[in-house]
Design a protein around this ligand. Structure first.
Ligand SMILES: NC(=O)c1ccc[n+]([C@@H]2O[C@H](COP(=O)([O-])OP(=O)(O)OC[C@H]3O[C@@H](n4cnc5c(N)ncnc54)[C@H](O)[C@@H]3O)[C@@H](O)[C@H]2O)c1
Length: 293
């Protein structure tokens, strides 16, 4: 299917990622179905989008009319049956492979045979989902970054089952929603950005745990010597130290290698409930919960 034939996009899951991905597509003039099993999540997602879009109108980046038109393009629904005429699906539900597989089987039954079924998962490669459908050639990863309304880069990951045509259309689709796509020709857990970030985080934690420098100074080195916009510890506070912990636990469970276990300093922070900005304390202390994007 050429990208020109894509008219309707479905996004499944109206959480942190899904709601914003839906709005990105609506702003690019696609008809969008945003589906979630939870009516509360849909309402919350809509509320967050209203807040975000309101800020853009205030800053003069969009007009109130443009925002209204974009909202009118989005159907908020709990019913998967509304996907009967979608051309591409971006799944952004809970990070559990069994639940995603169950959903992909249903998507395969409900959506037209030509529809691409993509997952936004950060860690689950699409070959773990493709065989839950009868169209593995149309299954791939389309991985957005948080916050999806702001972050430009999107990783498109081609599995061994993904056809050339699907990869090409997915790349063209990402461009059509005004994002910058990068194609990964082979599957690898963590993809490119998060693998590189993971190595940086590991080294930063190693330097801290071995008493080489304080977390403040390691952050300053990354900012002033490497020109990073934010240091690794400030970044961990921003994304949530528990996220780092869970990713490492998942990796450890998969590999059984002690080296993959979360670092001691990370484990201690999680045990103390010092998870970063969201709890007011992580590596740094925050006076108030920070403004969302
Ligand atoms: N949060 C991030 O920074 C980030 C970044 C990139 C990718 N991702 C990936 O995006 C996906 C979603 O992450 P998130 O942070 O938005 O999660 P989230 O918990 O904020 O939202 C998940 C939503 O999915 C809904 N849901 C759960 N099961 C469902 C089902 N069977 N059908 C429909 N809706 C269902 C939940 O009600 C919830 O609203 C994950 O696969 C994650 O790996 C997350």
């Amino acid at each position: 299917m050429p990208v020109e034939n894509i008219n309707k996009v479905a996004v499944i899951g109206a959480g942190t990622m899904g709601a914003q991905i839906a709005m990105v597509c609506a702003l690019a003039e696609y008809q969008v179905v945003l589906q979630d099993v939870s009516p509360e999540s849909l309402e919350k997602g809509r509320g967050i989008l209203e807040e975000q879009m309101g800020k853009r109108v205030k800053k003069g980046r969009l007009t109130a009319e443009e925002v209204e038109v974009a909202f009118n393009r989005i159907v908020f629904t709990t019913s998967l049956n509304d996907l009967y005429d979608t051309d591409i699906v971006i799944e952004a539900i809970v990070e559990k492979v069994d639940i995603k597989r169950e959903l992909f089987t249903k998507l395969d039954q409900i959506t037209p045979a030509h529809a691409i079924l993509a997952t936004n998962s950060s860690t689950i490669v699409s070959s773990k989902l493709a065989d839950a459908t009868n169209r593995p050639d149309k299954v791939c990863n389309i991985h957005f970054f948080n916050p999806a309304l702001v972050m430009e880069l999107v990783e498109v990951v081609r599995g061994p089952h993904t056809s050339e045509e699907t990869a090409e259309t997915a790349m063209a689709f990402v461009k059509s929603i005004n994002k910058y796509p990068v194609l990964l020709n082979k599957e690898i857990s963590g993809f490119v950005a998060n693998r590189i970030l993971g190595k940086l985080m590991d080294e930063a934690v190693y330097l801290l745990e071995n008493g080489i420098a304080s977390h403040e100074d390691i952050d300053i080195v990354c900012k002033k010597a490497l020109n990073h916009p934010i240091g690794p510890f400030a970044l961990m506070d921003l994304t949530g130290i528990d996220v780092n912990y869970l990713v490492r636990m998942q990796r450890y469970q998969e590999s059984g290698d002690e080296k993959d276990k979360p670092a001691k300093v990370v484990q201690e922070k999680v045990e103390k409930g010092e998870l970063g900005r969201k709890t007011g304390k992580g590596f740094y202390t925050y006076e108030s919960t920070p403004a969302k994007v």
